[in-house]
Design a protein around this ligand. Structure first.
Ligand SMILES: Nc1ncnc2c1ncn2[C@@H]1O[C@H](COP(=O)(O)OP(=O)(O)OP(=O)(O)O)[C@@H](O)[C@H]1O
Ligand SMILES: [Mg+2]
Length: 386
C-alpha cells in the first residue's frame, strides 16, 4: 500500500491461464519462453483484449530440429480442447502450385472437381474441435520458408485481417485462431554451433559445464533471429506477435523427456492389441543407456525417440507378439553386464516391488480385472507356466 494507492501485480495470470501454463510445462520441457508467450496470448483472448479483427495470436517458432516446436502446438490443443490432433496443419512445402493451393482454399465454382474439393482451411475444419469451454482453433503452418508466393499472400491476409476468401468466395474467420508458424531457418548455422567438430558436441546447453553462461543458447538464438530477418520481409515480421527461438535440449531436458516417452510406451502397452497389460520398470542404468544412445544435440529429442524405439519398443513388441508376458507381470529392463545391452526380465504377479517401475499409468490390477473374462488367458496361452 502506498498512501491510499494499492500497487497492482501485472505478472499474475488468471486461473485458466495458470492451468494452461502448468499443463504445457508438463508436456513440453525446457521451452519456458514459448510457454509464456502462448499463455500470454491465451490470457489476452480470455479477457477479450486481443485486437479486433486479428487472430488470437501469431507466433513464429524457430530453432533447432527436434526441440519441441511442433509438439508445443499439439500440446496447446491437448491442454485446451483435450485433443493433440485438433490442429489444422499446413505443410507449406506441399503447396507450391495453384492446383495445390486449391486443396487449401478450394477451387472457384465451375472448375473441374469443384464440388469434390473440401478446402483444408474451411470454417468447418477450423471450428471442428471447439468444445463447450474452448472455442479457439489451432492452425500450424510448418516450414514457412518453403511457402510459394501464392501461399504467402494467403498467409499475410490471415495474419493481418484474420480472414481468408475461399475459391467459392466464402469467407473464413480466423479471429478465434491461434496461428503458429514454424521454420527451419539457419539450420546449417545451428548445426555448426551445436556440433562444431563434425558430430562432437563440445559445449552444451546452459546447465552443462561447457556452457555455464548459456553461450550456446545465445548463439543459437542470434543465428536463428539473423536467419529470420534475412529471409522474411518486414511486412511479414510486422504481423507477428512474437518470434520465439527454441532452445537446444540438454542433458537435464532429455532426461525429463525420457520419462515422458516411457510413460507413453507404458500407455501403448495398456492399449495394445496384444491385450497383455503389464508394467514396465527400467532401472537407472537402463535409463542411462537410453540417454547415452539417444543424445545427439543436432537432432534433439528426435534422436532420443529413435533410440527408445530401437532399443525398447521393438524388442518389447517381439516379446508381446510371442506371448512371453502375461497380464499383470512386471517387465524389468536392466543392463547386461559385459555387453552393456538392455535385458528384459519378467517378474510374475500383480504387485511390482523393489525398484519401482518408471511410470505406471493406471493401476494394473484394475486393468487386468476388467479384462478378466478370459481375454488375457486366451491371448497368453503361449506364455507358459513357470
Ligand atoms: N521440448 C520438448 N519437450 C517434450 N518433448 C519433446 C520436446 N522436444 C521434442 N520432443 C519430442 O520429440 C518429438 C519431435 O519434436 P518436434 O516435432 O516438436 O520437433 P520440431 O522442433 O518441430 O522439429 P522440426 O524443426 O524438425 O520440425 C515430439 O513429438 C516430442 O515427442
Ligand atoms: Mg516441427
Amino acid at each position: 500500500m502506498i498512501g491510499s494507492k494499492v500497487r497492482l501485480d501485472p505478472s499474475q495470470t488468471g486461473q485458466e491461464a495458470d492451468a494452461l501454463r502448468a499443463r504445457l510445462r508438463k508436456y513440453v520441457i525446457g521451452q519456458d519462453e514459448a510457454v509464456a508467450e502462448i499463455v500470454n496470448i491465451y490470457q489476452m483472448h480470455l479477457i477479450g483484449m486481443t485486437a479486433p479483427g486479428r487472430p488470437v495470436g501469431n507466433l513464429l517458432l524457430i530453432g533447432p530440429t527436434g526441440s519441441g516446436k511442433t509438439r508445443i502446438v499439439e500440446a496447446t490443443a491437448e491442454a485446451l480442447v483435450g485433443n493433440a490432433s485438433a490442429v489444422v496443419k499446413v505443410d507449406c512445402a506441399e503447396f507450391q502450385h495453384s492446383h495445390e493451393i486449391a486443396k487449401l482454399i478450394g477451387s472457384p465454382p465451375g472448375y473441374l472437381g469443384h464440388r469434390e474439393t473440401h478446402p483444408l482451411l474451411s470454417q468447418e475444419n477450423l471450428d471442428r474441435h471447439h468444445t463447450e469451454h474452448c472455442t479457439v482453433s489451432f492452425v500450424l503452418f510448418d516450414e514457412i520458408e518453403k511457402a510459394s508466393d501464392a501461399l504467402w499472400n494467403l498467409l499475410l491476409g490471415i495474419l493481418d485481417k484474420a480472414s481468408l476468401t475461399l475459391g467459392d468466395n466464402r469467407r473464413v474467420d480466423f479471429s478465434r485462431a491461434m496461428i503458429f508458424l514454424t521454420g527451419n531457418l539457419g539450420a546449417a548455422e545451428m548445426s555448426a554451433i551445436l556440433s562444431p567438430k563434425m558430430g562432437f558436441y563440445a559445449g552444451g546447453p546452459p546447465h552443462r559445464n561447457g556452457d555455464a553462461d548459456g553461450s550456446i543458447t545465445g548463439k543459437i538464438s542470434a543465428a536463428a533471429m539473423h536467419a529470420a530477418r534475412r529471409k522474411f520481409t518486414p511486412e511479414f515480421l510486422n504481423r507477428l506477435d512474437k518470434i520465439v527461438v527454441f532452445k537446444p535440449l540438454g542433458e537435464a531436458e532429455l532426461k525429463n523427456i525420457l520419462e515422458i516417452e516411457l510413460a507413453v510406451v507404458q500407455q501403448r502397452i495398456h492399449q495394445s492389441q496384444a491385450y497383455t497389460p503389464f508394467t514396465l520398470g527400467l532401472t537407472a542404468r537402463a535409463k542411462d543407456i537410453l540417454l547415452q544412445e539417444g543424445t545427439d544435440p543436432r537432432y534433439g529429442a528426435r534422436h532420443l525417440k529413435r533410440a527408445i524405439d530401437r532399443m525398447l519398443v521393438h524388442p518389447l513388441a517381439n516379446i508381446m507378439a510371442t506371448h512371453q508376458v502375461r497380464c499383470g507381470d512386471l517387465v524389468r529392463v536392466d543392463v547386461e553386464e559385459g555387453t552393456g545391452h538392455l535385458v528384459f526380465l519378467r517378474e510374475a504377479g500383480n504387485a511390482p516391488t523393489g525398484d519401482a517401475p518408471s511410470s505406471p499409468i493406471a493401476p494394473l490390477a484394475a486393468v487386468c480385472a476388467a479384462r478378466e473374462a478370459g481375454a488375457c488367458e486366451a491371448t497368453n496361452q503361449g506364455a507358459g507356466a513357470e
